[in-house]
Design a protein around this ligand. Structure first.
Ligand code: ATP
Ligand code: MG
Length: 315
């Protein structure tokens, strides 16, 4: 099995207990929960029993410990997660609005995650990897962008593959250099995993079918479009398949896309038919939204067996 790696931010998430607008008055909070899109992703890869590791950086503090302990427990190779003597672990405070939108207060760029660098441990992990997964949310510091460019060249140079989830939040779109980094990663992507509207960050086509045809024409082998509760669809040069989502009560949508992407990737790397990989990915995404906390809803194969025994899909 190709070892899967990801490079990017680790943080804790601290969640408001109540729905409302932002953080402009004292409110009750729950956390710290282990978090960071690439961390959630790699935790889900590990829980499915696929070999994997992560390059990141945390502070010498409890927020870092919460994450390292969880990832190591679940089977992630944490040898390239450095501990910074100086900067603290990243954090995100999140509060849901009544509309379902989220307000964030992030400390990522000026946290230990902002100092991810090309260490000997990172080089060793990259040298042993067969697949790189990139989250667009990670392309916010020069160190990470450089390291991802290096990992792409190294892994693709050895015949490995790259997957890419744009995972762009409105808070980061304006950052200098982000656009160029996103385009560079896309140019190396074999498996592209956008949420529906993110297709149009990369194509000027008038509609979704046009954007998919445009991107497949540029050399991306496979595209999976995430559609929230409606499920997801798979597209390649030979055709398309759509699989409906499962009916669940949504408690906390954070982490669904990351868990979904990890599960789809594990199936895709194993050569499973797309419809089967989508079904398992939809199940991981559905289970993720039923748990409070971004990484709390990642699934083992045993969790999925239990889920499938009673699961109902939308169609
Ligand atoms: P995020 O970046 O916020 O984690 P995303 O936009 O990348 O999410 P979504 O489309 O929201 O991704 O969710 C990914 C997958 O999770 C969906 O394709 C679906 O399979 C599952 N999912 C998400 N929300 C629900 C829901 N309410 N009910 C059932 N399944 C869901
Ligand atoms: Mg996402």
């Amino acid at each position: 099995m190709k070892k899967v790696i990801t490079i990017g931010e680790i943080l804790v998430e601290i969640m408001a207990d109540t729905i409302g607008e932002g953080f402009r008055e004292p409110i009750a909070l729950t956390g710290p929960f282990p978090s960071g899109a690439p961390a959630i992703f790699i935790d889900q890869v590990a829980k499915l029993g696929h070999p994997c590791g992560m390059v990141s950086r945390v502070g010498a503090d409890d927020f870092g410990r919460v994450n390292l302990d969880r990832l190591a427990r679940d089977g992630v190779d944490v040898s390239a997660i450095g501990i910074d003597d100086d900067l603290v672990t990243g954090s995100a405070f999140v509060r849901y609005r009544a509309s379902g939108d989220r307000d964030f207060v992030f400390n990522i760029k000026h946290s230990a995650s902002g100092r991810i660098a090309r260490t000997a441990e990172a080089e060793a992990l990259i040298a042993g990897a067969g697949h790189l997964h990139v989250m667009g949310s990670s392309l916010v510091s020069e160190g990470v962008v450089d390291l991802i460019r290096h990992a792409i060249a190294s892994i693709k140079g050895r015949g490995g593959s790259v997957s890419f989830d744009p995972n762009i939040r409105k808070e980061i779109l304006g950052l200098t250099g982000l656009r160029a980094a996103l385009d560079d990663v896309l140019a190396a992507t074999d498996l592209f995993l956008p949420s529906g509207p993110e297709l149009f960050l990369f194509s000027d086509a008038a509609d979704e079918a046009g954007a998919i045809a445009d991107l497949l024409g540029r050399g991306i082998a496979a595209i999976v479009v995430k559609r929230g509760a409606a499920g997801a669809s798979y597209h390649d040069k030979t055709g398309s398949v759509a699989v409906p989502g499962f009916v669940v009560d949504e408690t906390d949508p954070t982490g669904a896309g990351d868990s979904f992407g990890a599960a789809f990737l594990v199936g895709w790397l194993a050569g499973e038919p797309p419809a089967q990989a989508l079904r398992i990915a939809n199940a991981c995404g559905a289970r993720a939204v039923t748990r409070r906390g971004p990484m709390e809803g990642t699934s083992t194969r045993a969790d999925l067996e239990t889920f499938f025994a009673t699961a109902r899909s939308r169609a």
